[in-house]
Design a protein around this ligand. Structure first.
Ligand SMILES: Cc1cc2nc3c(=O)[nH]c(=O)nc-3n(C[C@H](O)[C@H](O)[C@H](O)COP(=O)(O)OP(=O)(O)OC[C@H]3O[C@@H](n4cnc5c(N)ncnc54)[C@H](O)[C@@H]3O)c2cc1C
Length: 390
């Protein structure tokens, strides 16, 4: 049985509620007005980045000791959720800043933390995370990017694929093979800078959704970096990458939750306005039941996501890793499946209008799909859960 103290962690505090109110106001005023345009033009949401940086919400997870806001896991989720409620692409700014930099927070040397977390906290640099490759997706340990020691340097060669915010970010956490004999235990993590000689980027992918978030390949052509850019010990990179995902899958759950909430909120308003058969369609029980199911799924996803955030916070505070792996995977899987169902139902509730780009639910449905795919597909989440049953 969980004690009362543990249950307390599941519930957002007054401070969390205040944070939600302020992020919601900011998101509605400064991010929502550009969401459709960013999607239509497939351009980076610079307005969102500027607004988030001006309000210190772009990388809230960075510890205070490195100049950050020191927000806990739940507060980070609330920021991502509220931004995703109006623009999923923009929510990848705080989410991927956490994903890219968490390996440094979890396993980096003091020097690396000082050097890279400070500029991130200030809003002078963004961070990306480079694990996936063209031939190594779900089986990430099958990666081929190679790092070879050369005196006081490591030399990197290879291709990373699907890298969120590639080209925009200044810093990249890159997982590379340092000992091909040892498979996952022969993988190490490094910080690579955008300006390092030999780093270049592919053309932006043409995607179904999150069109405002650049997704590109990153190429490493004899990239020579100082040995102290290694994150943690040699051979620990894959373990660090997986530990990172245990924490950050919860942020993807929060993103899914926000997208779903945005779709429900829009549909709720629409059914009061739209009249058929002489009355608002919201008066029909068939429509009411759909809204009830949507709200129920969102609330269940929210509770699981916040419970997982509480586990993440416990681990960050030095507690046992225990059930975090299960909870991170379960929250991401459940919330993303819920987001796909809820956004599809929102399109249905708007009828033909929902199927057009004149209304935001079509974008939300396209955006929701990615949450079932990245940071491990939902089939992979189920493998992770099955291996870590509570
Ligand atoms: C827009 C976008 C942004 C991304 N951002 C990043 C990023 O910033 N950094 C990064 O490193 N990666 C990123 N990714 C990569 C993402 O994490 C991978 O696409 C994902 O892990 C799946 O890998 P894959 O695409 O190679 O699919 P595959 O691994 O080829 O999978 C194809 C299908 O097979 C299924 N499958 C595979 N293995 C199994 C199995 N054992 N059992 C059952 N089913 C299985 C999968 O679930 C999937 O349905 C991003 C991807 C996208 C599309």
């Amino acid at each position: 049985m969980a004690g009362a103290a543990e249950f307390d962690l599941y519930r957002p505090s007054e401070e969390h509620d205040m944070l939600r109110d302020s992020v919601r106001s900011l998101a509605e005023a400064k991010i929502a007005p550009f969401a459709a345009e960013v999607d239509e033009e497939g351009r980076f949401p610079q307005e969102a980045l500027d607004a988030l940086v001006a309000n210190d919400l772009h990388a809230v997870h960075v510890p205070e000791s490195y100049g950050g806001a020191g927000a806990d896991a739940l507060a980070t989720c609330i920021v991502i959720e509220e931004v995703a409620r109006v623009c999923a692409s923009s929510s990848l700014i705080p989410a991927v800043n956490k994903l890219g930099s968490l390996p440094v927070v979890l396993s980096g040397s003091e020097e690396l933390k000082k050097k890279y977390l400070g500029p991130l906290a200030k809003g002078d640099a963004m961070f990306s995370y480079c694990l996936s490759e063209p031939d190594a997706g779900s089986d990430a340990a099958g990666m081929k990017t190679r790092a070879v020691r050369d005196g006081d340097y490591w030399v990197l060669n290879g291709v990373k694929r699907w890298i969120t915010n590639a080209g925009v970010s200044d810093y990249y956490t890159v997982m590379a093979v340092t000992d091909p004999e040892k498979r996952s235990k022969g993988i190490s993590a490094f910080v690579v800078e955008k300006g390092d000689e030999g780093v270049s980027f592919g053309a932006p992918e043409k995607k179904l959704g999150i069109k405002g978030s650049p997704t590109r390949e990153v190429y490493f052509d004899n990239v020579r970096i100082p040995a102290d850019r290694m994150i943690g010990e040699e051979g620990t990179g894959f373990a660090t990458a997986m530990k990172t995902l245990d924490h950050t899958r919860i942020t993807i759950a929060a993103q899914a939750l926000g997208i779903a909430q945005g779709a429900l909120d829009y549909a709720k308003g629409y059914v009061q306005e739209r009249k058929q058969f002489g009355k608002p369609i919201g008066d029909f029980q068939g429509v009411q039941f759909m809204l009830a199911d949507m709200a129920m799924k969102i609330e269940a996803a929210r509770q699981l996501t916040y419970a997982a955030a509480a586990k993440s916070e416990r681990v960050s505070a030095g507690g046992a890793h225990e059930d975090l792996t299960f909870f991170g995977a379960a929250a991401k899987c459940y919330a993303s499946d819920a987001a796909m169902e809820v956004t599809t139902d929102a399109v249905q509730l708007l009828g033909g209008y929902g199927y057009t780009r004149d209304y935001p639910v079509e974008r939300m449905m396209r955006d929701a799909k990615i949450t079932q795919i990245y940071e491990g597909t939902n089939q992979v989440q189920r493998i992770v859960m099955a291996r870590n049953l509570p």
